[in-house]
Write a protein that binds this ligand. Structure first.
Ligand SMILES: *[C@@H]1O[C@H](CO)[C@@H](O)[C@H](O)[C@H]1NC(C)=O
Ligand SMILES: *[C@@H]1O[C@H](CO)[C@@H](O)[C@H](O)[C@H]1NC(C)=O
Ligand SMILES: *[C@@H]1O[C@H](CO)[C@@H](O)[C@H](O)[C@H]1NC(C)=O
Ligand SMILES: *[C@@H]1O[C@H](CO)[C@@H](O)[C@H](O)[C@H]1NC(C)=O
Ligand SMILES: *[C@@H]1O[C@H](CO)[C@@H](O)[C@H](O)[C@H]1NC(C)=O
Length: 487
């Protein structure tokens, strides 16, 4: 008789930045462990996911009923990608209404498997309420963070303590995370800056739902122990639970729908450039910068004399999907000069990031330092020029710059004043043959090897992240067996 396959149930928050790392983890578990995966989300998101699953995957997509109109949200607005920012909190609040349907879904699943329970439920960092559901059904529960340990530790600590509310200066330390350097108010996302735990909905939501983690059985991180230990230690201490850094898990090219013309264009262009001569500029799939920042960045790139690929979108205040108006949003003649000199390649909306970062011509990555982009850069040994925009990105930059030494911050936020002279100086600092630049490249190279080793698994060696994944499932099994014996 064939052994029954263990089933893992996964529930990410309804945002691309959460769903995609969950999908990468799901594919990783399927490949590594051969377990079956039930991937749960609202109908709109499940529909969207169908086309991104690789053909050879047997991940089961399961819809959980959800009606946006019951929560005052626009029709089909089941993903933060299609929501104006002020509605994001409403989607978060509405997500807690998934509690009863999620419990029902799990009960049905157990029933369909003749009483055989899933080996674990892996839920989003924003879904503290799932802990209660899992415990009611006697299921092992873990949180999965697509963000890194250090960045999330700062974020978690800030939401729980709101230290800036009590500080009498513009920078302050985190009361339960003194190992982290001081944080400056300009590094706070707007919702944290404005938060309190009484009046505002973000503050109330985060305090209650993030604190619910203490009842979970542990936390999985898309990170590795070797350079993210401070963050891992924070959560081990804070929650008194195991924490498993199992990353980086990233979507590989095969599992992406795309590739094609654009990839070829970038490849051909990069092939004409000398090694280590190109700066790649991209602020992630969700972000853009202000008009004046865009002008200054263009001037800096031009003045630096460096080659560049710039993934460019309309500036803040304009429809992000509208036609790019180079004559209005860039210095006069900029695009033509860059094209005719072949110095710079402007790519609209989206670029094949992994293909670019893996090219030997690329020397540095000017990035918002979202965790996904960070991992992709480090996996390829590319140092960063950090320009954090939102959420925990500010703290990722602190980790990368102060602790790891592979990043220099160039600017902060979507509205700060940016001077092209400063940006140019930072680009040169990192890309020129300077002590600092060489040291950063050396470190980034070390990290590339570190990451490769962490994910290594053959008959002889298992890397730290592979071991952490083994350990996680062993822990699930042990706890589940203990419960069976008690029952
Ligand atoms: C699916 O195919 C990819 C690419 O060939 C491979 O790396 C992966 O292991 C396969 N996954 C499964 C579950 O067989
Ligand atoms: C999560 O936040 C919602 C909305 O603020 C609240 O109703 C709910 O009780 C919180 N859940 C937990 C587990 O604390
Ligand atoms: C990471 O970001 C790239 C580019 O923004 C995107 O194409 C990719 O799907 C993301 N991968 C994950 C695992 O989030
Ligand atoms: C695929 O390419 C299109 C346009 O070329 C882009 O809009 C889309 O985001 C890409 N999809 C993925 C999964 O990277
Ligand atoms: C970087 O190199 C360029 C070209 O050699 C040079 O003009 C510039 O002054 C250098 N900048 C720094 C900071 O070393």
């Amino acid at each position: 008789m064939a052994e029954r396959k263990e089933n893992v149930v996964m529930l990410p928050f309804m945002a691309q930045g959460h769903i995609i790392p969950f999908l990468a983890l799901a594919l990783h578990i399927e490949r590594q462990k051969g377990y079956s995966i039930t991937f749960v989300n609202t109908p709109f998101n499940i529909n969207k996911l169908r086309s991104s699953l690789p053909k050879n995957s047997s991940i089961r997509l399961l819809e959980i009923p959800f009606s946006t109109s019951h929560h005052g949200l626009p029709p089909n607005a089941e993903n933060t990608d299609v929501l104006p920012y002020h509605h994001v909190i409403h989607l978060l609040q509405a997500s807690t209404s998934l509690r009863a349907p999620f419990k029902k879904l799990l009960q049905d699943l157990i029933h369909d498997h003749h009483g055989h329970k899933p080996i674990c439920v892996i839920a989003d960092i924003f879904f503290g309420w799932t802990v209660g559901v899992a415990k009611e059904l006697g299921l092992f529960h873990a949180i999965f963070s697509g963000a890194g340990g250090f960045g999330l530790a700062c974020y978690y600590s800030l939401w729980l303590n709101l230290p800036h509310r009590k500080a009498d200066s513009l920078d302050f330390s985190l009361p339960d995370f003194e190992q982290a350097s001081k944080i400056h108010v300009s590094q706070l996302p707007k919702n944290i800056l404005e938060a309190d735990h009484v009046e505002d909905p973000w503050g109330i939501f985060q305090k209650e739902n993030l604190s619910a983690w203490v009842d979970s059985d542990g936390v999985l991180f898309n990170s590795l122990e070797e350079f993210d230990q401070l963050g891992m230690q924070y959560f081990r201490r804070k929650l008194g639970r195991p924490v498993w850094p199992i990353g980086p898990v990233l979507l590989t090219s095969e599992s992406r729908a795309n590739s094609s013309e654009k990839a070829e264009l970038c490849q051909d262009w990069l092939n004409t450039k000398p090694p280590n001569s190109v700066v790649y500029v991209c602020f992630g799939s969700m972000n853009t910068i202000s008009l004046s920042q865009m002008m200054q960045l263009a001037m800096a790139l031009e003045a630096s004399g460096k080659n560049f690929i710039w993934v460019i979108r309309p500036p803040i205040g304009f429809d992000i999907n509208s036609e790019f108006r180079a004559d209005e949003w860039l210095p006069e003649g900029f695009e033509d000069r860059m094209r005719s000199s072949r110095r710079g390649l402007l790519v609209h909306k989206w670029a094949p990031q992994v293909e670019i970062l893996s090219h030997k011509a690329v020397s540095a990555f000017l990035s918002h330092c979202g965790w996904n982009s960070t991992l992709e850069a480090l996996s390829h040994g590319v140092p960063l020029l950090g320009w954090p925009m939102a959420a925990e990105q500010f703290f990722n930059v602190i980790l990368l710059e102060k602790e790891v030494g592979v990043c220099v911050e160039v600017a902060r936020g979507k509205s700060c004043e940016v001077r092209h002279e400063d940006v140019k100086a930072k680009i040169e600092l990192v890309m020129n043959d300077t002590d600092k630049g060489n040291e950063m490249r050396r470190k980034a190279g070390e990290l590339r090897v570190m990451i490769k080793n962490a994910m290594k698994h053959d008959n002889v060696v298992k890397g730290s992240s592979i071991k952490a994944m083994d350990d996680f499932f062993q822990c699930c099994k042990k706890v589940n067996q203990g419960q069976q014996q008690r029952a």
